[in-house]
Design a protein around this ligand. Structure first.
Ligand SMILES: Nc1nc2c(ncn2[C@@H]2O[C@H](COP(=O)(O)OP(=O)(O)OP(=O)(O)O)[C@@H](O)[C@H]2O)c(=O)[nH]1
Ligand SMILES: [Mg+2]
Length: 399
C-alpha cells in the first residue's frame, strides 16, 4: 500500500558518563578520568530507490545509540551510532506543525537532532579554578522528538481533473503505467507514475485521484491529492466535456480555485488545459487542445506540446530546506512561600554531576551562581534563608 504520511518518535543517543580517576605521575596525583562519548544523532537521508514511506512503520519509536562511558587512564567513551531514517526525495519533516526539512536533492542527508553530549571526565574538567576535580558529568539525556514525515510525489508532470475525466486512461496512453480505468468516480485512490514514451529525456508523469469541489477543505480525497502537486513542474488539467454537472469553464475555474486555496504558490506551476473525450462533441473549439483517449486523437499533439515545454528545464516551486532541531535549555522557577523551585532542561544539566559529594555540591553551587537562575531568583525577591530547590537538591539561598 502507498504510504505518504507517518508519525514517528525519534531520539538521539544519550551522552555516555565521564569517569573520575587519578594517575600517579612522578609521585604527583593527576586527574585522568576520560569523558563519555557523544550519543548518536538522528539523520534524515534521501534514498533514491524509495517511492513512498511504507518501509517505515508508522508510530514506531526509533533511537540512536548511546555514547559509551569514559574510563580511567584518559580513555574516552565511544560515540554512539547515528539513527538514519531513509526517505524518498520529496519528503518534508515536521515537528509540531513546523517544517524542519523539505528534501529535494538526490543526496540530501542532514542531522535533525544532534547526538547528546557526553559527560566530561575529571581530566577534561581540570581548570585553574579546580586543578584536582573529583567529579565528572553524567552526560546529556536523550533528546526525544515526535516528528511527522510527509511525502509528496516527485514527478515532472501531474494530471489533474474531476473524477472520471479520463486521467488514468491518458497516463496509459502516454506511458507504460497500468493505472486502473473505470466507468465510475474515484477509480484511482492513490497516485500512479509512469515515464513518458517516445522521448529522449526521462519525463515522469503522475496520474492523481479525482478532485471535487471543496477538495482544499478536505472534501473527497481533497487535501491528500493536492499535496502531491507541490513537487511537480507542470500540470495537465484534464477536462471532461461530457460531465453533466460542470461545463468546461466551470471545471477549469473550480480546479484552479481549489489548487490556489490549498496553496497559493500552485499558481506558479506552468500548466495546460486539455479537453478529453472530444469524440463526445459534435464541434471542437479553437480555445483548448482537444483529445480523445478513446479514439487516440490529439495524443501526439499533446506529447509534442509536453516535449516543447520540457526542452528547457522547468522550475519546481519549492526547494531544498532544512534546519536542525535545537532543544531549548529552558527553565522554570516557581515561587511558593519561601521556596524557589527550579526545573527544566537547564537545571537537569546543571545537577547532572557525580563524584565526591562535597566537590559535586561545590560545582553545582558554582554553576548556579553563574547562571541566570540566581539572578532571576534575586529579582523575584529572595532573601537570605529562603530555600532553593534544584532537581533533587535543596539549599538555603544566600545573596
Ligand atoms: N468517450 C470517451 N470515454 C473516455 C475517454 N477517455 C476515457 N474515457 C472513459 O472515461 C471513464 C473514466 O476513465 P478513467 O481513466 O478511469 O478516469 P479517471 O479520470 O482516471 O477517473 P478517477 O480515477 O475516478 O478520477 C472510463 O470509462 C473511460 O473508458 C475518451 O476519450 N472518450
Ligand atoms: Mg483514475
Amino acid at each position: 500500500m502507498f504510504v505518504d504520511e507517518i508519525n514517528l518518535s525519534v531520539s538521539s543517543g544519550a551522552g555516555g558518563p565521564g569517569s573520575v580517576s587519578f594517575n600517579n605521575l612522578n609521585s604527583k596525583t593527576k586527574p585522568s578520568g576520560g569523558s563519555g562519548g557523544h550519543g548518536g544523532g538522528v539523520i534524515i537521508s534521501v534514498n533514491q530507490e524509495l517511492n513512498d514511506l511504507s518501509h517505515v512503520m508508522s508510530n514506531s519509536s526509533l533511537k540512536a545509540e548511546n555514547g559509551g562511558p569514559g574510563n580511567k587512564n584518559f580513555q574516552n567513551g565511544t560515540h554512539g551510532q547515528n539513527l538514519i531514517i531513509e526517505v524518498p526525495k520529496g519528503t518534508q519533516v515536521f515537528v509540531d506543525n513546523e517544517m524542519y526539512a523539505d528534501l529535494h536533492n538526490d543526496d540530501s542527508s542532514y542531522e535533525l537532532i544532534q547526538g547528546s553530549r557526553g559527560g566530561r571526565g575529571n581530566y577534561e574538567l581540570l581548570s585553574k579554578r579546580n586543578p584536582n576535580p573529583q567529579i565528572c558529568e553524567q552526560g546529556e539525556k536523550r533528546n526525544l522528538l515526535d516528528i511527522k514525515l510527509i511525502f509528496s510525489i516527485y514527478s515532472d508532470i501531474s494530471i489533474v481533473g474531476l473524477p472520471n475525466a479520463g486521467k488514468s486512461t491518458l497516463i496509459q496512453k502516454l506511458t507504460n503505467s497500468k493505472a486502473k480505468i473505470g466507468d465510475y468516480e474515484f477509480t484511482t485512490t492513490s497516485p500512479n507514475i509512469g515515464v513518458l514514451n517516445n522521448l529522449d529525456s526521462l519525463i515522469t508523469i503522475c496520474d492523481l485521484p479525482g478532485l471535487i469541489q471543496g477538495a482544499s477543505d478536505g472534501v473527497g480525497m481533497g487535501r491528500k491529492v493536492l499535496k502531491h502537486l507541490r513537487n511537480t513542474k507542470f500540470i495537465v488539467y484534464l477536462i471532461d466535456p461530457s460531465n453533466e454537472n460542470f461545463s468546461i469553464d466551470n471545471q477549469i475555474s473550480m480546479l484552479s480555485s481549489e489548487l490556489n486555496k490549498y496553496d497559493e504558490n500552485y499558481r506558479l506551476i506552468k500548466n495546460v488545459k486539455v479537453i478529453n473525450k472530444s469524440d463526445t462533441l459534435t464541434k471542437l473549439g479553437n480555445d483548448y487542445l482537444y483529445i480523445s483517449c478513446l479514439k487516440d486523437e490529439g495524443i501526439d499533439k499533446l506529447v509534442k506540446l509536453l516535449h516543447e515545454e520540457f526542452k528547457e528545464d522547468l522550475p519546481r516551486i519549492y526547494s531544498e530546506y532544512h534546519k536542525i532541531f535545537l532543544k531549548k535549555e529552558d527553565y522554570n522557577i516557581e515561587k511558593t512561600d519561601n521556596q524557589f523551585i527550579c526545573s527544566g532542561e537547564m537545571v537537569s544539566n546543571m545537577v547532572n554531576i557525580s563524584g565526591n559529594n562535597d566537590s559535586v555540591l561545590d560545582e553545582i553551587f558554582f554553576r548556579f551562581e553563574k547562571s541566570v537562575l540566581s539572578t532571576e531568583i534575586d529579582e523575584m525577591g529572595a532573601v537570605d534563608g529562603d530555600i532553593v530547590v534544584l532537581g533533587n537538591l535543596e539549599f538555603e539561598y544566600k545573596k
